[in-house]
Structure formats: C-alpha cells, structure tokens
Design a protein around this ligand. Structure first.
Ligand code: SF4
Length: 686
C-alpha cells in the first residue's frame, strides 16, 4: 500500500499493546490506518517497538466483527442491535431474578479503555447487583496489587520509567523486558550504557537484557522468595541496610529480620541453584547502591506464592531505603496497555474505582448516590479464577466476557472449556470471533482503540488519551456504549453523550482521578494520584510517607511451587511471551510481518537435555502434563537451565495453557502459570 505523506492525515494516540503507553501517530489514508510512527515530543522520544510500529493490520482486518451474532442450533446468525440487546437483557434479567445476582459474572479487559471498564463494573454492581466483576489482571499482576498494597498501601509502580536513568543499581527479575516492554528496556540499556547504573538480572532464562548486566543469576523457577531472602540475609549481616529509614518509615522489622536467619547463601543456593557467591555479590551491589531500582514482571507474580514474591521485593527495597526517592522504588511492569486502568476503574471484586472497598458502607452509599441506585452489594465478589471453575459446578450460570480470551489465556484450558460450555447463558463482546467468542450464545461487535475516544492508564500510572482515527467496521460500537445500552434495556438508564462524559463521572467518584480531565491530559498525560484540578500529579509515590503511613515488613518463608518435576513428568515448564506477539495473538497474528518472524509455537529446550534425549533442532515434540498434551517444534538453546523448558502462551493451536496448572495464590488467586511439570517425547511416537 503506497503511503505518500501528503495523502495521509495523522492522529496522535496511545499504543494499544503493552503497558509502556508509548505515544504514536496513526497515519490514515482513505479511512484506513496505513502506517504508524512514534511521537518525537512524547516521553518515548519517537521510539516504538515492532508491535507498536507494525502490528496495526488488525484494525482493518476483514475478520473484524461487524454485526451482533446470536447462536441458533449451534451456528451463529447475524442479528440487529435491537434484537441482540433485547435478547441478552431478557436472559440476564431472568437468570438474576431466578438464581440470584451472584449467579452471574462479568469479566472485563485490560485492553479496553478506562471508560469501557468503568461502565462494565458499574453495570455489574448497579444492574446485576453483584461484585462478581474481574479482569485479566487476575492472571498477571493480582499479586502486585495485593503484595504492594499490603507493604506500602498502594499496589502500583512507585516510580516513572524515565527514573531508570537516575538509578545506581537496577535489579530486573521475572521480566524479559526487551521482548515484553521493549521501549522500557531501552531506558534500562541507556542507563547502563550512558548513565551510572549497574544492572543485575535474575531469570531462569538467559534473556537478552542479561548481555547488559554486571551480574546475571539463574534461579530454578518458583524459588524467588529464597533468593530475595538470601540477598536480605547478607545485607543485614554486612550491615548494608538503611537503619534510619527502617526506624522512621517502617514497622514489622524485628519479626521480618528473625525470619531471614535460615536464608544463608549456602542454604539459598541449595534451593535456587544460584551459586552462593553470586547471592553475596548481588546483595553487596544492591545494598551499597545509593539509589536502587527494582523492576519486575510476571516471572515474579504468576506463582502460587506470587503475593509472597512481591512482598519479598518490597521488603528488599524498604531494607535499603529505596522508596520515595527519585530513581528508586519497586516497579512492576504491567503487561497490557490498560491493566493499571482496569484495576483503577474497580474491575476487581473487592473495590470500586480508586480502590474504594465494596465492604465500606460509606463508599457504597457514595456510589449509590452517584449512580442513582440503591442496595449495592457489600459482599465481596468472585475472582476470575473462581468464576470460571464455578461455571462447571453450576454456581455461576451466566458470564458476560468483554475483550477477554480465557480459552487461550487461562490455565488448564481443557477445564476452562468444559466450564464455559456448561453455562446456561454466555455473552462475549470483542473485536474478533476469538476462541472464547465461538463458545458464546451471543456476540457483540466492539470497536478497537483506533476507532474510539477514551483513556488508557499506563504502567507508571499515567492517564493518556486515545483518539478515533478511522470509522468502526460495520455496526461495531464502543464497549462502554454497548454495556450502557444493555443496562438501559434492563431497566437501569445509563446514558452518556460521549466517552468524555463517562470520564467526567469517573473523576467525580474516584479521588485519585479527581483532578484529571480530557482537557488537562490533551497534550500529555497526568499521573495519579491527582486529586484536584490544580494538582500536578504524582510521578513518585511514598515521598516522606507511605500511602498506608508506615511501610510494613512481612516475614515471608519460601514455599515450593505447587507442582514440581518427578519421574513421570521430569521437566519444569515455564511460560511467557515473545517480542512479536501479544497475549492470545488475536491482534498481532493479523500482521503478516509479525507472523513471518514468529510463525508458530516453539518449545525451548536446553542443549544438554536435547542431547540426552536425542532431540534435534526443529523436531516436533509432544509435551504432556497431567492436564493435557500439545505439540510444538523444539528450539535448542544454551539460554535455558537444564531441566527447564519454555513455551510462549500466544498460540491457540499449541496452547501452552493446555498444560499449565490452575494452582492459585491463596491471597489473590493468581494461577501458577510459570511453573508446572511436563514430559517430552518425539511427536511421531504418540
Ligand atoms: Fe507499544 Fe509497548 Fe511497544 Fe511501546 S513498547 S510501542 S507501548 S508495545
């Protein structure tokens, strides 16, 4: 497609892929997006990764949903909005009235805007009268929200991305940053190359970022609490901790200190496989840094001990006084474009927008007044990882899933499929007929980010605009508009002139967004908390005081993963993401350029394991766990610890989540997507 600059117009918006929130221009010719370029004047300085720059073909894909669909006799037929909305309103009302509000669940998406997410949770709470509302943060950073909130009072990134340039030491763990948050990784690499930062990388794989590290440690998957406790044991023993910070800013130190005693470098080495001298070296590097910055992602969070892992990192930062300072902090890189915003908007079963508890009567009364309703439930709702299994037991009878694809993203897919097929009524709202949408009774077609106005909140809590560049395909509508029309059909009028009117309501009821408006963020975003119209926003949290007052140390013990290798399943499987694809691939797999570079699922296996098993590069393998089997070609690599294999989870045809374990963290119910036991055999022998 020839693109001459004078034939196109440019629309500035926010990238819809990862949580870095890069600013980009969509170049539009004849109502089609034909090119993407970076915004030089934005914090990403014009930089975009391959997904942001070349992954736009999904917008104009002929596979986009254009019309509501209703399933009849096992097949979909097209329907009018009037018929589809009327049918869904009647079925959901009947199930709510006969089986009770808590028999229905709503799952929203981190890919949708703040406005879409806000209306979805308002629908669940004020129309269905249930707090059964959740979203995909349950699968990625629920443990961050729980762990950092318990430690600091606020479950979000403490410092901005640009602060990485001010760090003396950057500790990256459980984040393959160059592939999952590529532009963020450029800040880390530049801090090392042009700044003063020394980089420590801790990961079960030899990820590309480790080439820039002064120290690289390879741990057995699922042993994070042990190595973090080991670092703190050494820091205390060598008196490298910040005694003044601990005394004036924190509580719970004595019990925490006592719990660290068994975590000597030798003991930690036995558990983690990391040499003892590396534990000591890492402790000295981080402990003596003037400014230490911790960056982590799902390698830390997606464990049955995910909340403990996050608390352990919070302990480490407090121990060395690295909070409330420029360049420091504990910085979870949120995976999807608006996962921070979906949490902020209250798409969680325990809180309204701005983390106002549903069990707080004053908060419920405030929302009742704002929403002109009564009898909001003060009972905590179900989490996503509880709702889907409860569809199989019949306790959940209907689900309304907006922009999610659990048939690829959730653990133990064979179980997920049985659960979704057992629902009495199932509605999906999406931009494509995803693997999940195919199981639905009704499908609503939605607009994508390039077709609507709204806001995303990036990983550093910055609220930024998205703007419509092209018209929606067919009769697709904005998510907030579909959900509010459904509410109106169910007897609860929910009418807004546009997305800005929805945002104005968000600002009125959400204290941390109170001073944010479309007008104020038109040029650049604003970082919450921003409580008033003249507030400049808060890029660095916890200066002088934690959100909770004092920071809280937690004594955290190492607990092994829920499933470890044995004679029948001798390998540890860990899952993750690739540079060229995003989440369940519904968007990136519409781009030939990206598919060309990552056309199929491959399993990474250590050279030494392959030699022992007689596996050659490119050989098709059968991979079995106690829950399912998939086939994928082998990639032999020296970059993974022997005994461990890696499979990206993007590919529906060889879905890694057919193998993964649904063991849940007891605090936040995040599943253990990063560790399970598998067996390998040549595919031809099956
Ligand atoms: Fe988009 Fe993330 Fe890439 Fe930036 S780094 S262009 S936000 S996918």
């Amino acid at each position: 497609y020839t693109v001459r600059p004078w034939e196109t117009r440019k629309v500035r918006t926010t990238c819809s892929y990862c949580g870095a929130g890069c600013q980009l221009y969509l170049h539009v010719k004849e109502n089609r997006v034909v090119k993407v370029s970076g915004v030089d004047a934005a914090p990403n300085h014009g930089r975009l990764c391959v997904k942001g720059r070349f992954g736009y073909h999904f917008i104009g894909s002929p596979d986009r949903l254009t019309q509501p669909l209703i399933k009849e006799n096992g097949s979909f037929r097209e329907a009018s909005w009037d018929e589809a909305l009327g049918y869904v309103a009647q079925r959901l009302s009947a199930i709510r009235d006969s089986s009770g509000p808590d028999s229905i669940g709503v799952l929203t998406s981190a890919r949708m805007s703040n406005e879409d997410n806000y209306i979805a949770q308002k629908f669940a709470r004020s129309v269905l009268k249930t707090n059964n509302v959740d979203h995909c943060a349950r699968l990625c950073h629920a443990s961050t929200v729980a762990g950092l909130a318990a430690s600091f009072g606020s479950g979000a990134m403490t410092n901005p991305i640009a602060d990485l340039s001010k760090a003396d030491v950057i500790l990256v763990t459980g984040s393959n940053t160059t592939e999952t948050h590529p532009v963020t990784s450029t800040y880390i690499k530049r801090a090392v190359r042009f700044g003063k930062a020394q980089l420590i990388v801790v990961d079960p794989r030899d990820i590309p970022l480790s080439r820039h590290a002064v120290l690289k440690m390879t741990q057995k998957p699922g042993t994070d609490v042990a190595w973090i406790n080991g670092l703190m044991h050494v820091i205390l023993k060598e008196n490298l901790h910040d005694a003044q910070f601990i005394k004036t800013r924190t509580e719970g130190f004595d019990a925490f200190k006592k719990a660290l005693e068994p975590y000597t470098p030798d003991a930690v080495s036995q558990i983690t496989g990391i040499p003892a001298d590396q534990i000591v070296a890492a402790a000295r590097l981080y402990g003596t840094a003037g400014v230490g910055n911790i960056v982590y992602c799902m390698g830390i969070t997606q464990h049955s001990t995910g909340t403990d892992n996050v608390k352990a990192l919070a302990n480490l930062a407090m121990l060395c006084g690295n909070l409330g300072i420029d360049g420091g902090g504990v910085n979870p890189l949120r995976g999807q474009n608006n996962v921070q915003g979906a949490c902020d908007m209250g798409c969680l079963p325990n809180v309204y927008s701005g983390y106002q508890s549903v069990t707080d009567t004053a908060a419920a009364q405030k929302m009742e007044a704002a929403w002109n309703t009564t009898h909001l439930s003060e009972k905590m709702g179900l989490k996503a990882t509880e709702m889907i299994p409860m569809a199989l037991t019949g306790d959940i009878k209907a689900l309304y899933i907006i922009g999610e694809n659990p048939m690829v993203s959730d653990p133990d897919l064979n179980h997920v499929q049985k659960s979704l097929q057992n629902l009495d009524f199932f509605v999906v709202q999406d931009i494509f007929l995803s693997e999940t949408a195919r199981l639905a009774d009704v499908v609503f077609p939605a607009t994508c980010f390039a077709e609507k106005a709204g806001t995303f909140t990036n990983t550093e809590r910055k609220v930024q605009r998205i703007r419509p560049a092209v018209p929606p395909p067919g009769e697709a509508r904005d998510d907030w508009s579909i959900t509010s029309a459904l509410a109106t059909r169910m007897g609860v009028p929910m009418e807004y002139a546009d997305a800005e009117a929805v945002f104005d309501e968000i600002s009125r009821v959400t204290p941390s967004y109170g001073g944010i408006s479309y007008h104020r963020i038109d040029a650049d975003g604003l970082v919450w908390p921003c409580p008033t119209d003249d507030h400049p926003g808060t890029p660095v949290l916890h200066i002088g005081k934690f959100t909770s007052g004092l920071g809280k140390f937690h004594a955290v013990e190492f607990i092994p993963p829920a499933e470890t290798p044995d004679d029948d399943f001798p390998f540890t499987l860990t899952t993750g993401r690739l540079l060229y694809h995003y989440h369940t691939g519904t968007m990136t797999m519409k781009s030939d350029d990206l598919n060309e570079r990552a056309p199929e699922c491959r399993i990474e296996i250590a050279d030494s394991d392959a030699l022992r098993l007689g596996v050659v590069n490119g050989e098709m393998l059968s991979i079995r766990s106690r829950r399912g089997t998939i086939q994928a070609r082998a990639t032999l690599t020296p970059a993974i610890m022997p005994g461990t294999v890696f499979i990206p989870f993007h590919f529906a045809a060889a879905a890694a989540n057919r193998l993964t374990h649904a063991a849940l963290d007891p605090v936040c119910a995040i599943p253990e997507l990063k560790v399970c036991a598998v067996a390998l055999s040549p595919a031809k022998m099956d």
